[in-house]
Design a protein around this ligand. Structure first.
Ligand code: SF4
Ligand code: SF4
Length: 81
């Protein structure tokens, strides 16, 4: 493949990549741990205070909303950028 064409198509793909921003309202967390077990990107974890937080690379969020569906206290929101 022509290397220039390859470079152009790769950068186009990167431009079109959708970003997701996950946020947590830690005041709502009761420490059940379900989100940390369920996140397929492995970016949610439990901190020493017994509550969940984003402990991995937040930009790895794939927007699946498993955390939103899993949390019994509606602590998570996921926004598409
Ligand atoms: S939306 Fe999916 S990938 Fe992103 S933090 Fe929630 S469970 Fe993890
Ligand atoms: S699922 Fe909700 S309540 Fe349970 S640890 Fe995660 S944020 Fe906290």
């Amino acid at each position: 493949m022509n290397p220039l064409t390859n470079w152009v198509s790769k950068s186009k793909r990167e431009e079109q990549k959708t970003m997701y921003v996950v946020s947590i309202d830690r005041d709502k967390c009761d420490g059940c741990g379900a989100c940390a077990d369920a996140c397929p990107a492995g970016i949610l974890g439990m901190l020493d205070d017994g509550k969940a937080d984003i402990t991995g690379e937040a930009e790895e969020c794939m927007g699946c909303e498993t955390c939103v569906a899993t949390c019994p206290n509606e602590a998570y929101t996921v926004t598409e950028m």
